[in-house]
Design a protein around this ligand. Structure first.
Ligand code: FPP
Length: 249
């Protein structure tokens, strides 16, 4: 895989973490942290686009998040529905395409309905895409992909012996998406937490101590500046990168 060097990562993915700690540090209930986190979702969506990013994926609700206290899960679903209803006009006005990855068919009916409407109304926008990872987990994604791939083999649509990454990856939720170039995690944690495990195989990672509700455009720009200092070798040597013509295909 070779890519022209770009000053701005095409696809940035963010593990938004630290809402609870932000709330605690302000003496507020956890849900207030999530509410502030939604504001940061709004500002970051437009900050990324202003900085030249073409696709932004946000880890908004993991499969594991269902294990949180029921009132917190309910509040997060309520916030998500409210956010999507509020943003529809903004997305249409500012030409933001919305899509999702994850088992969205297990989300509350109201959330599914507003997701469908928003995705339908924004599907023609090609310049900038916001991807919400909802009820997402990499391991479940692989299980779903393996199941769909096996069904395609059984139906004679795929040949088992032709199995390659190029073929199999078409069964992931991210089939028609570019891989993330940069993955950011906020709040000082340095884990990947079942997020885009396969797609981030060659991504650069930036971990920032900033809690998600405090994350600003300047923090995003700093992460992009850090990304630009890295040399992405995709398994090659620095010398090979300097002379791409010499690399065996
Ligand atoms: C982690 O903070 C954050 C989440 C559980 C997911 C992010 C959710 C939002 C930003 C709000 C809803 C999103 C949308 C798109 C409307 P945490 O609670 O784990 O923080 P902590 O580790 O400090 O407790």
């Amino acid at each position: 895989m070779s890519q022209a060097p770009s000053p701005v990562p095409h696809h940035v993915a963010i593990i938004m973490d630290g809402n609870g700690r932000w709330a605690k540090s302000h003496g507020l209930p956890r849900i207030e942290g999530h509410r502030r986190g939604v504001e940061t979702v709004r500002t970051t969506t437009f900050a990324a686009r202003d900085l030249g990013v073409r696709m932004l994926t946000l880890y908004a609700f993991s499969i594991e998040n269902w294990k949180r206290p029921p009132d917190e899960v309910g509040a997060l679903m309520g916030l998500l529905e409210y956010y999507l209803k509020q943003e529809l006009t903004t997305f249409v006005r500012d030409r933001v395409r919305l899509r999702t990855i994850g088992r969205t068919d297990e989300l509350p009916a109201g959330v599914q309905q507003v997701l469908r409407t928003t995705m339908e109304e924004t599907k023609h926008f090609a310049d900038y895409t916001l991807v919400l990872a909802l009820n997402y987990g990499s391991r479940s994604e692989v299980v779903d992909a393996a199941r769909a791939y096996a069904a395609a083999v059984a139906a004679g649509q795929e040949k088992l012996n032709d199995g390659s990454w190029a073929t199999f990856s078409r069964y992931l939720y991210t089939a028609d998406m570019p891989e993330p170039d940069l993955v950011i995690r906020t709040s000082g944690e340095t884990r990947i937490s079942n997020f885009l495990l396969l797609q981030a195989a060659y991504a650069e990672f930036v971990f920032t101590p900033v809690l998600w509700p405090d994350f600003t455009k300047a923090d995003l720009a700093a992460a992009i500046a850090e990304f630009n200092k890295r040399e992405r070798r995709f398994g090659l040597t620095s010398e090979q990168l300097a002379k791409p013509a010499a690399v065996a295909k």
